[in-house]
Design a protein around this ligand. Structure first.
Ligand SMILES: [Cu+2]
Length: 153
């Protein structure tokens, strides 16, 4: 092994670390996981109940939600104001209100966007940015305000 090869091998771990850090900050979708949870009285919720999404990176960066349903019932994830970004075979890219059904034992990955336009301010949203509620519309309790997603610019 000559001298410069030895030096390259010594520096390899450093290159790997730099590459990993750069790669995690650009181009990779930002992913958030929500897991369905059964509650008392046949109600259900998605956990965690509160998530903060910082959009200070490139706004073109993808936002991905992973919805996991480990329970024995079908649940749905609904979040007014957020959009599911999908590709339709016939119509191409489309954005529809975020309401996704997840079968028992199923795990879905969806691309998420934020709807444009005026929104009613949420009284629980005291921080800068926008708040979006989420819940299971099939098993939501009458007094359940739902979880909250804070999107901070
Ligand atoms: Cu449910």
């Amino acid at each position: 092994m000559n001298r410069s090869t030895g030096r390259t091998i010594q520096l390899l771990p450093l290159f790997l670390i730099v590459w990993t850090v750069l790669n995690s900050q650009t181009g990779r979708p930002e992913t958030f996981q929500f897991t369905a949870q059964e509650l008392a009285n046949q109600q259900a919720t998605w956990s965690p109940g509160e998530v903060t999404i910082r959009r200070n990176r490139d706004p073109q960066d993808e936002l991905v939600f992973v919805l996991v349903n480990p329970t024995k019932r079908t649940h749905a994830f609904e979040s007014p104001g957020l959009l599911e970004l999908a590709i339709d075979d016939q119509d191409g890219p489309l954005a529809r209100p975020l309401r996704v059904t997840v079968a028992p034992g199923e795990s879905l990955q969806i691309r998420v966007g934020v709807a444009q336009g005026e929104r009613e301010p949420d009284p629980a949203c005291t921080t800068a940015g926008e708040c979006y509620r989420f819940y299971c519309p099939l098993h939501r309790g009458d007094n359940d305000p739902g979880g909250i997603i804070r999107v901070i610019p």
